[in-house]
Ligand binder design. Sequence first.
Ligand code: PLP
Length: 463
Amino acid sequence: MYHRLEDDLASFDAILDQARSMAGAYLETLDQRPAAATLPPDLPAIDLPVRGEGASAVLQRFERDYAALLSGSPGPRYFGFVTGGGTPASLAADWLVSTYDQNTQRNGDTCASTIELQAVDMLRQLLGWPAAWTGACVTGATMANYVGMALARQWVGHHYDRDIAADGVQGLPAIPVFAGSAHSSTLKALSMAGLGRNAVHTLPPLPGREAFDVSVLEQRLRERGDQPSIVVASAGTVNTVDFDDLAAIARLKQRHRFWLHVDAAFGGVAGASEPRRALMAGIEAADSVTVDAHKWLNVPYDCAVAYTAHLPLQVEVFQNHSAYLPAPEPLPDHFLHLTPENSRRFRALPLWMGLLAYGREGYADVVERNCEAALYLSELIAADTRFRLAAPVRLNVVCFAPVGADAQAVAALQRAMHRDGTAYLSPSVLHGEPILRAAICNWRTTKHDIDLAFAALQRLVSR
Ligand SMILES: *Cc1c(COP(=O)(O)O)cnc(C)c1O
């Protein structure tokens, strides 16, 4: 055995203790460290050493040279993109995932795939979704959207007597995808699925909204006659957390042929709070649904769930068998045959432990507190004449801008906030106007964090 490995094996416990204290130091300073790192212009490349340094020296090297350059993104004032943190239970679980190092397929040699089944089923219960759906963990909503598009493609193929998974899409008529304010990852998913980014036909929004006008969808579907289509609906757009009218879309299924994919990456989690479920009435009619665990569910990266009501189609698309891998059966824990990956991290464990540790009450509390924090921030903004709200706050995202600011001024304020480090905001564009957005998804965030963030905005806006 190489001497460094031999030494590290002998001091395995001490090495883990060292990592544990690095983790502790990071977590303890999460509240004081900048919400986002400011990076030096160029970080150097490193020559691969011939003689290894050993684990302890490398841990120290990372701590010394890089720990200060980490983002504070799991902390309470990182409001960029749609970013969750890790709850204690899910973080502890995630440490164990690497230790256990299970390959979650369905080998009969580990309980990992059973835990994954339990986790996706508990999440389904949390959000009030149909018992008939099955789910599989993937790395993120982008991959869950990809699974959805791949299933939709397979379903459309059957209408043309084509097994697309076997024979490809060559020669088939173009397959239109109707969507409103779909997340850009849907385009990526369509690119990967061979349907093409240009397959999207964008439906106009309702006045002042991000949700699309369902009457226009109905018209388009009518024009399609008997030909199958794909509809991608948003259950939570990233700017205003707007929801397409799933109930109205569901009704169209009685008369028209389409696959309904719902991207509920973070908005779906609002359903953890029962009074909010009405936003998603009609979702039962979906054929495939995306929900992220690493956003509002506060599981560390990377974890999302791809749900579907069409397990056999999923096996058709993702099956992978060979001399040493059993032929696929449509079993909901046959993950090897259900997801883009073959070898898979035990990423369900942090979700499983989080759901059991905090239960329905815990997740409803995070949703409601984050929505209250967003509302509170919007009130502070509305009361200050230097700012304007760019949209009413529906759930946990606040869109706003300095009054009279052009694109440059908005970008400058975003950069100033980044450098200041009190809170991190994303730049965005809403109805053609540059804005800032604060997405509040972290279990730690309090009213005090909102006060600190708003004070920083007030300090920096007038400069
Ligand atoms: C974040 C997000 C995605 C992409 O999710 P990843 O987890 O980053 O792959 C897709 N759709 C919506 C609505 C999102 O908010």
